[in-house]
Write a protein that binds this ligand. Sequence first.
Ligand code: AMP
Ligand code: MN
Ligand code: MN
Ligand code: MN
Length: 284
Amino acid sequence: MGGMSITYDLHSHSLASDGTLAPDALLRAAHAAGVDVLALTDHDTTDGLAEAAATAGALGMQLVPGVEVSVSWQGQTVHVLGLGIDPASPELQAGLAGLREFRDWRAEEIGRRLARAGIGGAYTGARALAQGRIVSRTHFAQFLVEKGHADSVRDVFRRFLVNNRPGYVSGRWAELETALGWIRAAGGLALIAHPARYRMTSTKLRRLIGEFRECGGVGMEVVSGSHSRDNVQAMAALCRNQGLLASSGSDFHDPENCWIRLGELPALPAGCKPVWESEHWPLQ
Ligand code: AMP
Ligand code: MN
Ligand code: MN
Ligand code: MN
C-alpha cells in the first residue's frame, strides 16, 4: 500500500434525512475510520451540509457537499446523487422543496394505509422519530420495529412499505431530466446511485444510463455498501462499456445497522475511471 492513497466515501446520510448521526458525529466517525473525503448525500435535503462543513474544516477532512435526489423513472424509484453541489442554488432548493412536499403527503398516506391494515399511530410515530426533519420510510420502519410488528428494519422492507404490502405508496418523485437540471444548476455532478439495487434487466439499466447521459449525467456507483461482490463486478463492466465515471460510497445511515462500516469499502475494480480522477471533479 502506498502511503499517499486517499480514502473516498461518496455517499452517506445524517439526521437531516434518515441517518442516525448528526452531521458533526458522522464526520467524526468517518474521520476516525480513516475516510479522507466524505460526501454527505441526504435524501432530498441539504440541511446537514453547513454543520458537516464546519466539522470537516475542524478535522482537516474534505467534505463533498451532496444530495441524493429521489427520481421516478418508468414507474420505478431511482436515486441520483448530486456531488459538489452549491446548496445555495435557488433551482436546486425549489426542486428539493417540492420533493419534500410529496414526502409529507406520502407520510400521511402511509399512515392511513397502515391504519387500514390494523397498525395505528404510525404517522405520528414516524414523525416523532424524524424529529421535524424529512420523514422517510426508514422512520416508519423504526416505528414498526419498536412496536413489535417486525424484527428488524430489513424485515420491515420485506413485509411492509413495498409493492403489494401494507403501507405501500407509489413514488411520484422528480423526472430524471428535471432532477439533473437542478443538479446542473447547482454546479454538481450527477451519478446514478446503487444501480444494482433496482433489479432492472440489463437492457433496462442500459436504457436508464442512455437517458441519464443525455440529460448530462456523468457516472454511476460501482462500489456501494448495498452492492454484493457480484453486483460490483457487473456494475464495473457496465460502467466501463458505457464510458461512465465510477463512484464508490457506503450509503452509511447508522452505526448499529449498516451495509458496510465506514472506511471499509473495497477498491474500485481495475479499468473503472474514478469520478475523483476526472476533469469534472469539483474538488482538487
Ligand atoms: P424513502 O426515500 O422514504 O422511500 O426511503 C428509502 C430509504 O429506505 C432508503 O434510502 C433506505 O435508507 C431505506 N431502505 C430501503 N430499502 C431498505 C432495505 N431493504 N433495508 C434497509 N433499508 C432500506
Ligand atoms: Mn436512506
Ligand atoms: Mn438510495
Ligand atoms: Mn443513500
